[in-house]
Design a protein around this ligand. Structure first.
Ligand code: UD1
Length: 347
């Protein structure tokens, strides 16, 4: 069986790593990298550290407006699919790479599997929400991370090929946490610090970015902020300065990121994946958005969704440690094996 996996952006490398390992003995997997993320620290380091097979095709599309980026990817992925004629195309999450590959597959009548199907934020002004809804609508196999995701699909009338397999990122987080145990750190972290990431399009506008930085400025302690290129450019373009307690560093590889998050007092983020990664590692999360796709992290008391309200963020930071029994129940391991089995014998 031949599977083509299309990835392009950081969180997809993390998710695909888990499934690639599970598929090793079951299928012939070819990886296509769209090139959506191309800086070595945003891409290559993940392939090396997570032991992901070298991409067979590197499309080198790079940054552009959403339409141009998605369109160029669609054209280039179609060419690959016409040559390779796989049994499955597999896509992850909600980026422009996800939607482009999904469209290319469905137009060639190649079965499509979507890992992390059924997530919803309810906000159509987020590019990710559009990408997810459209991808789910045309997928044959919808591999959901939670019951909640299954319910979202049912509410949209999608029930065929839907499975709750659990969250594949969980497998990579736990594997990486084990891999770095006892490793000598090169990060030079202080004893007490908070960690943050900020990159959402809607948080880096001239209206929102000053507020987001003010939230970090209100945190009682040092905030270490691996800086996404989009945010770095936005800070420079808007003539902003980081608050004094915020220490910006280059984007981190996956192992360093897991180390940073594990040792943090808490994480403040607008990322989707990091909310869950932090909780799995036992670190409290404050989400700098108005909503979350990972409602389970909120219901188990591990995540407070505060928007850009500095007072609410500071209050949330003082809550106690996480209930790890609840965390492990909400995020069980083994999702990547379940994905691999369903691809080989779909039900
Ligand atoms: C994308 C995903 C988002 C995901 C994020 C993970 C979409 C719509 N969004 O957002 O869901 O959470 O990846 O990080 O697909 N840039 C570089 N070097 C790179 C990559 C990007 O400098 O290697 C800069 C460019 O200025 C680019 C900007 O970052 O225009 C944004 O990159 P893009 O891939 O468009 O979206 P992300 O914000 O990374």
């Amino acid at each position: 069986m031949k599977v083509i996996t299309v990835v392009g952006a950081r969180p997809q490398f993390v998710k695909a790593a888990a499934v690639s390992h599970a598929l090793e003995d079951l299928a012939d997997e070819l990886i296509v990298h769209t090139g959506q993320h191309y800086d070595p620290q945003m891409s290559d380091v993940f392939f090396t550290e997570l032991d992901i097979p070298e991409p067979m095709y590197h499309l080198g599309i790079g940054s552009a407006s959403h339409g141009a980026q998605t369109g160029r990817m669609l054209e280039a992925i179609e060419e690959v699919l016409l040559v390779e004629r796989p049994d499955w195309v597999m896509v992850y999450g909600d980026t422009n790479s996800t939607l482009a590959a999904a469209l290319a597959a469905v137009k060639l009548h190649i079965p499509l599997a979507h890992v992390e199907a059924g997530l919803r934020s309810g906000r159509m002004d987020m590019p990710e929400e559009v990408n997810r809804i459209l991808t789910d609508r045309i997928s044959d196999l919808l591999l959901c991370p939670t019951d909640n995701a299954v319910d979202h699909l049912a509410a949209e009338g999608i029930t065929n090929g839907v499975h709750n397999v659990g969250d594949v990122m969980t497998d990579t987080v736990r594997r990486t946490a084990r891999a770095i145990e006892g490793r000598e750190s090169s990060l030079g972290l202080p004893e007490h610090y908070f960690a943050s990431t900020l990159h959402r399009a809607e948080n880096t506008t001239a209206a929102q970015l000053p507020k987001a930085l003010a939230v970090l400025g209100a945190v009682p302690g040092t905030v270490i902020l691996p800086l996404h290129p989009r945010t770095k450019h936005a800070i420079a373009d808007q003539g902003l300065r980081l608050p004094e307690n915020v220490l910006a560093i280059e984007p981190l590889g996956y192992m360093d990121m897991i180390e940073l998050v594990t040792g943090a007092e808490a994480v403040l983020t607008d990322s989707g994946g990091l909310q869950k990664e932090a909780v799995i590692l036992g670190t409290r999360v404050v989400t700098l958005r108005e909503e979350t796709e990972w409602v389970e992290t909120v219901t188990i008391g591990a995540n407070d969704v505060v928007g850009l309200d500095a007072d609410l963020a500071v209050q949330a930071l003082s809550k106690g440690p996480l209930d790890m029994v609840k965390v492990n129940e909400a995020f069980p391991s083994g999702a990547s094996q379940r994905v691999a089995s369903l691809l080989v014998s779909p039900r």
